[in-house]
Design a protein around this ligand. Structure first.
Ligand code: T1G
Length: 695
């Protein structure tokens, strides 16, 4: 018997305890342990078997690290069938998160009991696959087709109380899983409970699966797994037998295992868990954080303050006047009211945070005792330096001085203080209390424990924190400026902004670059172009004026009801603005450009390749530690479609030689823009991938 499963006999009950931390993943040792334990229980004349998990959870699914590797017997489907076929009474006691293959083992058991805060789910679609050990066949029989489809096509985690209502659980009871499991199994034996294998339950009544398929596919914006899972559940209703339904499930499961989307989604799963693992921070203690200061209560400052309050931190917000401070408090109150509306916060907690956790100030002295302060004022270097000079003189020794700048040189800001080692960039994304991404920007002199404090704060705020280095735009905005410029170049050369947006939403983005600009406000891009022109652009760099012309006419996008699109009041999606194309044609004519046709495929290739090329420079220069840091940044901060895994994973799936080949080809028309990243050339020469650099 492997150590992954501990066997003990308790009267007539054999107990199989999973001990495979951290989440009792159903790796080969666990599967063999379960099979051995079951056979031993049967051989030793047990009447019932209790299966539960030691540690923080019941099985949280198959071991994802085994995917793509040769299957080691017993496979999970066979193991579930064996558990279900056992002549003994099989009881599962669930706690923590019984997910995927874990719930499938429980569904193969005869009876299921859980602790009140347990959660169950079949989240396989979020990994680009579907439940492959009978979940699509057994869950519809137990919970009905609609409920099963809802759980399987969304992967949502269901709380124990709802699972009981759905008939998935037989009992919910307080206590330790082993104890409640043993007493429940004993009770079932005493009352002579019968085996009731789910596979013997009648096939549920079918629904209009074609309609369900189309609706799920549309909602998935190109993600395959949720829609394919509908066909598996369809088999549960329409296949001539349970076994035939299982065979169909297996077929669809194996098809999805071969898809790039599966590789992209599993890469994303592990990448978002790897970004915070920095070897240099291993034994570094972060500084204590209880009281946070905020300088600036505009949209970003108020959003950051809201995130801090929701994480239970005390906040002192400094503004230049009492009016401005109260306006900031109003913004925070609105943000918190949104959390109450979404059921994330009670009204009393809302009131308590505003009354007791948030303090307003108009004098810097109020920040003398804070543990960390975030500056979120206007993006101007001189203004930032004045703020940091003030903070340098009032903040206590050891306070972390952070800036929320989204592109300015943090080394310069740090140099304006006498404590550069306490200065760090904490780049939040708007709305800061909603967006998961936090760029932790490490300046040349930032102390390791200050970096560790940045990551600790990120964990506390439930953010995904990515380490970045200092350059114009750090990781995300620097890469954005390139693929955004590529979009403008394609417009100058003949593509329409509307075709580009359609092509990229077809690729999986929620919105195309021009719709995103309208959402963010065209005045932001305008200010950036003006800033870059004022700094002096390289004469070889292409420039465009069609967006400036829109801004000069007062059209800033959604906030003015008109930008690249026209928005009816209150509408978030608009119709193409008829004024745009004439502005573009005028720009082309002024630059003597003859426009040409672009296919959607070419638009996607150029846009993605511009993204990957700049990202490879960002990794090559060490601004991002690993390619996965770029992937996670784009996934969580720039709406990159998750099923591609991120731009670097997309490039690996596409093939780096093809990506480099395209760049070298397009460099013939614009050598300045399509200057390829040395890292890309090196990897192609060595026959390696970006993933090789993630190890
Ligand atoms: N396999 C391998 N490792 C796993 C794992 C899994 N299923 N789940 C978690 N880990 C690792 C994770 O990488 C991390 O490692 C550590 O455990 C803690 O996780 C046939 C085929 C369970 C809700 O999709 O959603 O079953 O970073 O940091 O925030 O139908 O992990 O410490 O080295 O996320 O408390 C279906 C995936 C699999 C569940 C816990 N199951 N896991 O969240 O901790 S497919 C899932 C989660 C399947 C069958 C199919 C979460 C969690 P490290 P964590 P957490």
């Amino acid at each position: 018997m492997t150590q992954a499963i501990r066997y003990e006999k308790h009267g007539d009950i054999a107990v199989l305890a999973a001990q495979n931390p951290p989440v009792n993943a159903l790796g080969v040792d666990v599967r063999r342990g379960l099979l051995d334990g079951l056979e031993r229980a049967e051989a030793e004349g047990a009447k019932a078997v209790l299966i539960y998990g030691e540690g923080r959870t019941y099985f949280a699914g198959a071991d994802i690290r085994e995917f793509g590797k040769p299957l080691q017997e017993p496979g999970l489907p066979a193991l579930c069938d064996r558990i279900e076929a056992s002549p003994l009474l099989i009881v599962s006691a669930l706690h923590g998160t019984a997910l995927g293959g874990g719930l499938e083992v429980a569904l193969a058991s005869q009876y299921r009991i859980a602790v009140p805060n347990a959660k169950i789910g079949l989240p396989e679609v979020n990994l680009g696959i579907l439940p492959g050990a009978g979940g699509t066949q057994r869950l519809p029989r137990v919970a009905g087709v609609e409920a099963a489809l809802g759980m399987i096509t969304t992967g949502r985690h269901v709380r124990a109380a709802e699972a009981l209502d759905l008939g998935i659980l037989d009992r919910v009871q307080d206590g330790a899983p082993r104890e409640i499991g043993l007493s429940y199994a004993q009770e079932l034996l005493e009352e002579g409970a019968q085996r009731r294998p789910v596979c013997d339950m009648p096939a549920p009544d079918p629904i209009d699966f074609d309609a369900a398929y189309d609706a799920v596919l549309k909602k998935g914006r190109g993600q395959l797994s949720p829609a394919v899972a509908v066909r598996a559940v369809q088999a549960a209703c329409e296949a001539e037998s349970f076994a035939a339904g299982q065979a169909r499930e297996r077929e669809l499961f194996l098809d999805l295992m071969e898809t790039d989307q599966r590789k992209g989604l599993i890469h994303a799963f592990f990448a978002e868990r790897a970004v915070a693992k920095l070897p240099e921070l291993e034994d570094i203690e972060p500084r204590e954080l209880h009281h946070i200061g905020l300088v600036g209560g505009g949209t970003m400052g108020a959003g950051i303050a809201t995130a801090m309050l929701l994480a239970g931190l005390q906040v002192t917000l400094l503004e230049m006047s009492a009016e401005a401070a109260h306006a900031a408090k109003e913004r925070i109150a609105t943000n918190l009211a949104g959390a109450v509306k979404r059921g994330k916060l009670s009204q009393s907690a809302h009131d308590d945070l505003l009354r007791n956790q948030l303090a307003l100030a108009t004098e810097y002295d109020a920040l003398a005792t804070v543990d960390l302060v975030v500056e979120a004022v206007f993006e101007d270097m001189e203004v930032k330096k004045q703020v940091f000079a003030q903070l340098n003189s009032v903040c206590k020794p050891g306070a972390v001085l952070a800036t929320n700048t989204s592109y300015l040189d943090i080394n310069q800001i740090a140099a304006s203080t006498s404590r550069a080692s306490d200065v760090i960039g904490l780049h939040f994304f708007s709305p800061a209390h909603v967006m998961k991404l936090l760029e932790v920007v490490v300046a040349d002199k930032t102390a390791p424990d200050v970096v560790a404090t940045g990551f600790a704060l990120g964990r506390r705020l439930k953010k995904i924190s990515v380490r970045g280095g200092v350059c114009d735009g750090f990781i995300g905005n620097r890469i954005l400026s390139q693929y955004r410029a590529c979009a403008d170049h394609m417009v100058l050369d003949g593509a329409s902004p509307f075709q580009i947006d359609k092509a990229l939403t077809g690729f999986g983005f929620a919105m195309g670059p021009f719709a995103v600009s309208d959402l963010a406000g065209l005045d932001i891009g305008w200010a950036t172009r003006k800033r870059k022109r004022a700094l002096g652009m390289d004469p070889r760099a292409r420039d465009s004026t069609f967006a400036d012309a829109l801004c000069e006419a007062g059209h800033f996008g959604q906030k003015t009801g008109r930008g690249f699109y026209v928005y009816e009041s209150g509408q978030r999606s608009g119709t193409p603005n008829p004024d745009v194309m004439p502005l573009i044609e005028a720009d082309r004519a002024a630059q003597g450009i003859t426009s040409r046709e672009f296919s959607d495929e070419e638009i996607v290739q150029r846009y993605m390749t511009a993204m990957v090329n700049e990202a490879a420079k960002v990794v090559g220069e060490g601004i991002a530690r690993r390619p996965l840091d770029v992937d996670v940044t784009l996934l969580y901060g720039y709406g990159f479609p998750r099923y591609w895994g991120g731009p670097m994973k997309w490039a690996d799936l596409t093939g780096l030689p093809e990506v480099l080949g395209n760049i070298q080809n397009w460099a013939k028309e614009d050598a300045y823009f399509w200057h390829h990243a040395p890292l890309l050339e090196q990897l192609v020469a060595e026959g390696r991938s970006f993933d090789d650099l993630n190890a």
